[in-house]
Design a protein around this ligand. Structure first.
Ligand code: F6P
Length: 323
């Protein structure tokens, strides 16, 4: 069987590990892996070719994705999806391994439902915002990158007695923000799912910290819906209202790149292999995940469920540990 492999949406460290494992597992089972470049856009453009095992040499430790990626808005159009299904048929590709996040899995779910294309999803997004899995590829690496950056910022914060607002990615999810805040000992965290996600709650917390003698603080801010802008807006308001000598740092795409952590390499390898083994057994519409340490498979339709929220106790813990 010909199995297409594509990466779609934002790149994430660990995607290359998943590509390598899918390709090599396909090879070992006597299937032919095809690389589809630039995600669904490349599929529409017919940008694909056979991907032998040797083409995946030396990619395990690299960030980004060797297959490149794209966000393909056109795929929302049913006629465009029909065209994509035709392209697959014409190339003789019977199954797809889709490595990506929410939007990529929703596209796979429609391809399966509307055109019967067998699809296997591998969670690849630094946001860790997919239902049915505790982990997505890239989250662990991005988390460590953010923590390393904030440790450096902390040196300046404490030397100058300054407040820093550090914005991390995550789109509408606060997963990355909350975990980063715990791991770098932040004084506060703002994230959309928090019951205290308000300017007023932040000011109260900073005032309490000040009374306890804290002269420098790190506040981790989830980008939320205001991608690239929330920390800036909060910083401007704090400056205006309280005349604070503060600085804003937007970590941005620094978090998306870099060599994948060992965990992202290991899960990428496990999921890449498992996806192909399940397709080989005739399974048609699922995505893989990790729940409580175990590798699990979910029906593709689960992607339509609400995204998970960060554990509430983590948000509260940030405040307790900032004393
Ligand atoms: O989904 C991954 C992510 O990095 C989000 O955290 C962020 O909001 C978005 O992608 C940025 O997208 P782009 O790279 O297209 O600007």
């Amino acid at each position: 069987m010909k199995i297409g492999v594509l990466t779609s949406g934002g790149d994430a460290p660990g995607m290359n590990a998943a590509i390598r494992a899918a390709v090599r597992q396909a090879d070992s089972l006597g299937h032919e892996a095809w690389g589809i470049y630039r995600g669904y856009q490349g599929l529409l453009d017919g940008d694909m070719e056979p991907l032998p095992s040797r083409a995946c040499a030396n990619i395990l430790q690299r960030g980004g994705t060797m297959l490149r990626t794209a966000r393909c808005k056109a795929f929302h159009d049913p006629d465009v999806r029909a065209k994509a299904a035709e392209k697959l048929k014409a190339a003789g590709i019977e199954a797809l391994v889709v490595i990506g996040g929410d939007g990529s899995f929703r596209a796979a779910e429609t391809l399966l439902r509307e055109h019967g294309v067998a699809c296997a999803g591998i969670p690849g997004t630094i946001d860790n915002d997919l239902p049915g899995t505790d982990r997505t590829l890239g989250f662990d690496t991005a988390l460590n990158t953010a923590v390393e950056a904030i440790d450096r910022i902390r040196d300046t914060a404490s030397s100058h007695g300054r407040l820093f607002l550090v914005e991390v990615m995550g789109r509408a999810s606060g997963m990355l923000a909350v975990h980063t805040a715990i791991a770098c000992g932040a004084e506060a965290v703002l994230y959309p799912e928090s019951p205290d996600d308000s300017y007023e709650a932040l000011v109260t917390q900073l005032e309490e910290n000040w009374k306890r003698g804290k002269r420098s603080s790190i506040v981790v801010v989830a980008e939320g819906d205001a991608v690239g802008g929330r920390a800036m807006a909060v910083g401007e308001r704090l400056k205006r209202d309280h005349e604070l000598d503060l600085r804003v740092v937007v970590l941005g795409h620094v978090q998306r790149g870099g060599s994948p952590s060992a965990l992202d390499r290991i899960w990428g390898s496990r999921w890449g292999s498992e996806a192909v083994r399940r397709l080989d057994r005739g399974e048609r519409g699922f995505y893989l995940g990790e729940v409580a340490g175990a590798l699990v498979a979910q029906p593709l339709s689960r992607i339509l469920e609400p995204q998970p929220v960060p554990p509430g106790d983590l948000g509260r813990l940030v405040a307790v540990l900032a004393r």
